[in-house]
Write a protein of this length. Sequence first.
Length: 253
Amino acid sequence: MEVLSSLKNPKIMAWRSLKDRKGRLEQGAFLVEGTKMVGEALSSRFPVQALLIREGYADVPETPPGVPVYLLPAHVFDTVCDTRTPQGIAAVLFPSPRPAAGPRLVALDGVQDPGNVGTILRTADAAGLDGLLLGPDCADCFSPKVLRATMGSIFRMGLSFPASLPDALQALKAQGYEILSSQLDGDPFYARPEIAAPFVLVIGNEGRGISAPVRELATRRLRLPMRGGAESLNAAVAAGILMYDLMRDQPEK
């Protein structure tokens, strides 16, 4: 276990830069923090670049062969992490998700809030959907805030990052997928006919909703009822309701 005690060490400086999207893109890596997330990471298909341990942390897990382990003083370790009170363990990973594939998919059309992206990903995992397509205007799913919101689901879900979401949906539509657009002027969701897989549920931007090119591809436009005074729902809350109710019509895996 190598000790790194200087804030100017090149490795420390590189790991600190992973808090920002620019640093993640330049290095092709990201960092996860905490006992649960690191445990999920070590058992996933994502290659591990390094395991980082704060001095005094006792529960060091068994690491895959060839993965270097670094011991960092508290003042150094804490600068690498994004959380205010780090648990004492972190890992640097190379992103290697399996592509989004399967009969029940979710597409995010410009969802920009990191908490929403992470919560939708976690809920899709819990509800039993097969994967997510994230359009180019979405929040980076490997950012610290998104990763924390996924609670480890980032390592289990299929993920694709099409350069053009409309093109990707058009290709799926040509394969027989229903394109379900969640929008305020759609048909009543609970009055819908049964929807059989394959389908893609599209969740739009928090302020603008579904973009026009995606809306034109929809085979069904659906809206949740608003019986109270609110005009709309939080994107992640709406996505959770839609996903769970759509999965009621689907056979168990």
